[in-house]
Each structure stands twice: as structure tokens, then as C-alpha cells.
Design a protein around this ligand. Structure first.
Ligand code: KPL
Length: 298
């Protein structure tokens, strides 16, 4: 399969690197990462150890592929959609944080599939990505139900030894992932701790409250996500990714813009449509946005 990975940062480079063992992969990345991969190939280290040679480029338009895997930061989704509209792609799969698929779906003719990925990844240096935790990719139709396209893409991922599930209940899974990110990302970023620190204590309570609020908003959206399921999901991720620095903690450490708008901010916005207040998510979003303003990146 010809696969374009659009936005090859940490996760995109890892997924693209794994896919490149059996597929024809092009990474759309920034320099110097793209230049290094083009010249010397890509080293995948950590929990997975392999050397692959995907194509890599900084050019965002003019590509031709069976599948575009979108892994750009959530705030770059609209720009990614604009560039992909200038490519010839058969299908689009989002593996991003936040509820971004609707942005892609409303702007592209190709079928947009929903996806989640719980692999841990860290771009150690240009041309070198570390797999900090073997997770799972889940793929399925955006509105739920079975999809032969999702089955085909699931098989392509499994052929590359990526643990992949094709699911018919993506609406619930997307909200469950949002609950996990709403709980873990902002709290780890603000308190500068690895995910495992949220297993107990006051910060853990804040994370669980944010996840519970998110599950409540999902139910207001007619998505069945009981509090218990959201709690089990966040506990599982805290346990499995204990040594991980969340993507938002990595952003804050690098002085970069965070995905708070697409995570806690999105929970606040959807809750407001139902006249419902989510004080924990509102507070976390306000604190992160204040930090971003202080850094002049908002
Ligand atoms: O998705 C993640 C992230 O860091 O963005 C989790 C699952 C919380 C892993 O760190």
C-alpha cells in the first residue's frame, strides 16, 4: 500500500517507520528530520528496534497515495486538510489527539476514518525515533458501524506488525480517548510529571475528575460512555504508559503550543452547547492557555 504520513513528528514517524517495513511510505515532515531520513534512513529504537528507509519530504502537496495517515498537531488540522485537498489520496485516517476528524471530513472528498493510537513515541533526534511504549491502533468508520475500508487498512497495519483493532464503535472510543487525554495531558503538563505519577494522590483526583466530566459530556452527545468505563480507561493508560511524558508535557517542556484547545477546550465547548459546566476541564484549559500566553505562543 502507498501510504503518506502527514505530519511526521513523534507518533507519525514511529507509525510511518513501522509501516515502512512492508509498505511504500512517504513521511511529510519538517527539516532537518525530513532531510536526515532522506539521506540516511530512519532508526526506530526503544521497545521496537529497526532500521527502515521511507521517503521523506517537506512538500505538503502533489502526493499520490492509497492512504494518508494524519498525525499533525490538532491545531494544524485545517492546514493539513487544505494541503491534502491538493493531493490524490484514496482514504484518510486520523491518528490525532482531540476531535479532529470532522475538520478533515468536512474539507476532503476522500473517506475519512477515525483512529486512535496509544503507542508512546519520542523523536530523539532527526532521523531517530524511540518507541517508548507498544500500544495499539484502533481504526473504524467515523460514525461507527462496519467498514470494508477500515478492514483493509487494519490488515495493512497488522501486516507491518502494528497491533491494530478494527472497531465498529469509534464514536465511543474517540470520546474515551478524549477522556483519557483530558485527564492525563493537562495535569502532567502543569505538574511536569510522567503519566505514572497520576496513579494516586491529589493530581490523580484532578485527572479523574476531568475524565469523568468528559464522559458526562459524551453522554450528552448520545455516546454511551459510563464513568466506570472512562475511569478504567484512564487507569489502564496511566499504568501502561507510566514512564511516558505525555505529548502535552513534551510540548510544554519544549516551549511549544499545546493541544489544549482540541482536548480540554473541546470538552468545555461541547459541554457549553448543552448548557453544562465542566469546571475541571475549564480550569485546566484556562491554566494551559495562560501558560501559552506567557510564552507568546497564543
Ligand atoms: O495520548 C497520549 C498523549 O500523551 O498525548 C497518552 C495516551 C496520554 C500517552 O501519553
Amino acid at each position: 500500500m502507498r501510504i503518506l504520513v502527514f505530519g511526521a513528528g513523534s507518533l507519525g514517524t514511529l507509525v510511518g517507520g513501522l509501516l515502512a517495513s512492508v509498505h511504500d511510505v512517504t513521511l511529510v515532515a519538517r527539516d532537518p528530520h525530513a532531510a536526515r531520513v532522506s539521506a540516511d534512513g530512519l532508526d526506530v529504537c526503544g521497545a521496537v528496534d529497526t532500521q527502515v528507509s521511507p521517503a521523506a519530504t517537506t512538500a505538503e502537496t502533489g502526493h499520490d497515495a492509497d492512504l494518508a495517515v494524519v498525525t499533525v498537531k490538532s491545531f494544524d488540522t485545517a492546514a493539513a486538510a487544505e494541503a491534502l485537498a491538493d493531493c490524490d489520496v484514496g482514504a484518510v485516517l486520523s491518528l490525532q489527539n482531540g476531535l479532529t476528524e470532522e475538520i478533515l471530513d468536512s474539507r476532503l472528498d476522500a473517506t475519512v476514518l477515525a483512529g486512535t493510537a496509544t503507542y508512546g513515541a519520542r523523536l530523539v533526534a532527526p532521523g531517530r525515533v524511540e518507541c517508548t511504549g507498544v500500544g495499539r491502533v484502533v481504526v473504524g468508520a467515523l460514525g461507527g458501524g462496519t467498514s470494508t475500508l477500515a478492514e483493509r487498512i487494519g490488515k495493512a497495519f497488522r501486516d507491518a506488525d502494528i497491533d491494530t483493532l478494527v472497531a465498529a464503535d469509534m464514536p465511543r472510543r474517540r470520546w474515551e480517548k478524549l477522556a483519557v487525554n483530558a485527564g492525563i495531558n493537562a495535569v502532567t503538563a502543569l505538574s511536569r510529571v510522567e503519566n505514572g505519577h497520576l496513579a494516586a494522590g491529589e493530581a490523580s483526583d484532578v485527572a479523574h475528575r476531568a475524565a469523568r466530566e468528559t464522559a458526562r459530556v459524551a453522554r450528552l452527545e448520545n455516546v454511551r460512555l459510563p464513568n466506570r468505563v472512562a475511569r478504567d480507561a484512564i487507569d489502564r493508560v496511566i499504568d501502561r504508559t507510566a514512564k511516558n511524558r505525555s505529548s502535552m508535557l513534551q510540548d510544554v517542556s519544549a516551549g511549544s503550543r499545546t493541544e489544549v484547545d482540541a482536548i480540554n477546550g473541546a470538552v468545555v465547548d461541547v459541554a457549553a452547547e448543552h448548557d453544562f459546566d465542566v469546571p475541571t476541564n475549564r480550569t485546566l484549559a484556562a491554566l494551559l492557555r495562560a501558560w501559552e500566553r506567557g510564552q507568546d505562543i497564543r
